[in-house]
Design a binder for this molecule. Structure first.
Ligand SMILES: [Zn+2]
Length: 342
């Protein structure tokens, strides 16, 4: 199957209100026990249905079974104490109460394999599965054991690699690592961040992606973005090294962002998931606005390597808005496809 401009989302979609409180990060579940298991699966079906109706080509679980894109994975590891919480500053931006690493971190059993198997039974489309990246994981924790960000990142990379291998065996086509922290800690990214990511993808028999955004559309992130000035050149710091890495796809925030589009030239040769949907605004993009952004991106990405996408996850949005934005993405891409095949 060779699709021109294959569409996907960065990851999360809003959950139904009967499953979790809407528009809330770390939203508590509204169900328990077997009802919760069934509820998560029903929500996953609905998330897939929304993607199908919008014409999304590479589908995901919409993260319907996770409370949070980092925390839910960490919850399944030993060595992390969820009772012993500490307040840390996430990505130097906002404070959150996070669990503590109190011993050697290990993954005793698979985290998402059952979810992948379930999604695989529902669709023949390629599946992209998001996992947190090592650097973003350590940034969402208090470390009382390793006392070294780098050391802990290498441990997480090993664990992520084990999980990823099992997800691929269960039917995933693209494994994506979410690394919003790459947009903040440039020195660490270049010193060991990309190296730990390479460890996480070692030996994977599937395509691999890294998602680097400016965060969910929550106030702390919007305030930060407003303080970044007229040109956001964060990507410039890490693209040269990423270009040389073995990661196949790079997922970026482009719609309504102040990232100069020509920075994408620095990763020429990579497949680029161009964020054409702003997740920090309730205004629905017109298909023409999506198309216009993709046309501009095509100056810097080869046509066979352009993967239209959303800027980031849509979990904090209302379901209505998220669905309309998905539809706008699908419709906007159709316009460009028609132009390209004319
Ligand atoms: Zn993101």
């Amino acid at each position: 199957m060779k699709i021109l401009l294959p569409t996907s989302t960065a990851g999360s979609l809003p959950k139904p209100s009967w499953l979790a409180k809407p528009k809330t990060l770390w939203s508590p579940w509204q169900l328990q026990g077997n009802q919760l298991i069934e509820g998560k699966q029903d929500a996953l079906r609905l998330a897939l249905d929304d993607q199908d109706r919008a014409g999304i080509d590479i589908v995901s679980d919409g993260e319907q079974t996770r409370q949070h894109f980092v925390t839910t994975f960490i919850e399944h590891l030993s060595g992390v104490d969820f009772e012993n919480r500490q307040t840390v500053k996430i990505r130097n931006r906002y404070e959150a109460s996070v669990p503590s690493v109190v011993g050697a971190v290990t993954r005793e059993k698979p985290v998402f394999v059952e979810d992948v198997r379930f999604l695989r039974t529902l669709t023949h489309k390629p599946i992209k599965w998001a996992l947190p990246g090592p650097m973003t994981m350590i940034d969402t924790l208090y470390d009382a054991h390793y006392k070294s960000r780098e050391k802990l990142a290498w441990e997480f990379a090993k664990i992520l690699n084990q999980e990823a291998k099992e997800l691929v065996a269960a039917g995933v086509d693209i494994i994506q690592f979410d690394e919003p922290a790459f947009n903040v800690f440039f020195n660490e990214v270049n010193d060991w961040g990309i190296a730990t990511l390479e460890r996480a993808i070692e030996g994977l028999e599937c395509e691999t992606a890294v998602h680097i955004c400016y965060g969910y559309g929550i106030k702390a992130n919007i305030d930060w973005k407003n303080a970044l000035g007229n040109e956001w050149r964060q990507y410039e710091e890490i693209f040269p090294k990423l270009q040389k890495s073995s990661i196949d796809l790079i997922s970026l925030e482009c719609q309504n962002s102040r990232v100069p589009m020509d920075l994408i030239e620095l990763v020429r040769g990579k497949k680029v998931m161009v964020g054409a949907i702003d997740v920090a605004s309730n205004i629905i993009e017109t298909p023409e606005k999506v198309a216009d952004l993709l046309r501009r991106a095509l100056q810097f990405v080869d046509v066979d390597k352009l993967y239209p996408c959303t800027n980031c996850g849509m979990a904090p949005l209302s379901r209505d808005v998220a669905r309309s934005k998905l539809n706008a993405l699908g419709a906007g891409v159709e316009i460009v496809r028609r132009e390209l095949s004319a």
